[in-house]
Design a protein around this ligand. Sequence first.
Ligand code: FMN
Length: 220
Amino acid sequence: MSVIAMLENRYSTRAYLDTPAPQELLETIFAQAQLAPSNCNVQPWQTCVVSGKKKDALKDDLITAVMSGKPANPDFNWLPKYEGIHRDRQFGSANALYNSIGVTREDKRGRQLAMIRNWSFFDAPHVAFFTMDKYLDIMGAVDLGIYAQSLSLILTEHGLSSCMQGALGQFPDPVKKALNLPEQRGILFGMSFGYADESAPVNTTRTDREEIANAVSFFN
Ligand SMILES: Cc1cc2nc3c(=O)[nH]c(=O)nc-3n(C[C@H](O)[C@H](O)[C@H](O)COP(=O)(O)O)c2cc1C
């Protein structure tokens, strides 16, 4: 599949089959993702891939943390209040998701339930947490973003689907405990992945993109 075809076919997948990918394939995929470029080749990503019983236990701990009512405490500055056109697009993507599963704007509980699915990893068989040393801050965040998109495209080539999730960095404490992460390490975000459940209504969610006239300026 060409890169363009992959970009055209990929979408954020929020329902999965209960079919884990073989460990050998996971190792191939993550070895290929190591080819991602990074500033000065520092390769700041420290990726934790969680599957099986460990993933199920972590899901329970995360849901407990989220439901406790305590505010999110991300390791990095990741609670932006979007403004103007960014806010409009944020609402647009949320509406596309809610429309696909028949949740109305007034249905607060339905929206909350859809949100909580983030921390059950949308029932995916695997979840990756993208972590890095906290001091790297924005320099590392750029590299981790590039790494994550490379990974997402490699997964697509291998027939796997994924969803990047800022939500997975919002309640880092249970994750750090379960994965025994050192104090200086922060969780930037995560990604659920596996084989898509093509029959799930949520996987009909599609988003649009701005015209290039409003995104790109050409200068001569
Ligand atoms: C860095 C990043 C964080 C994201 N966080 C979440 C998230 O926490 N939960 C979620 O359901 N989708 C999340 N998404 C998916 C976006 O909502 C999605 O990429 C966007 O709406 C465009 O839709 P598409 O990926 O289907 O093309 C995230 C995407 C990115 C790139």
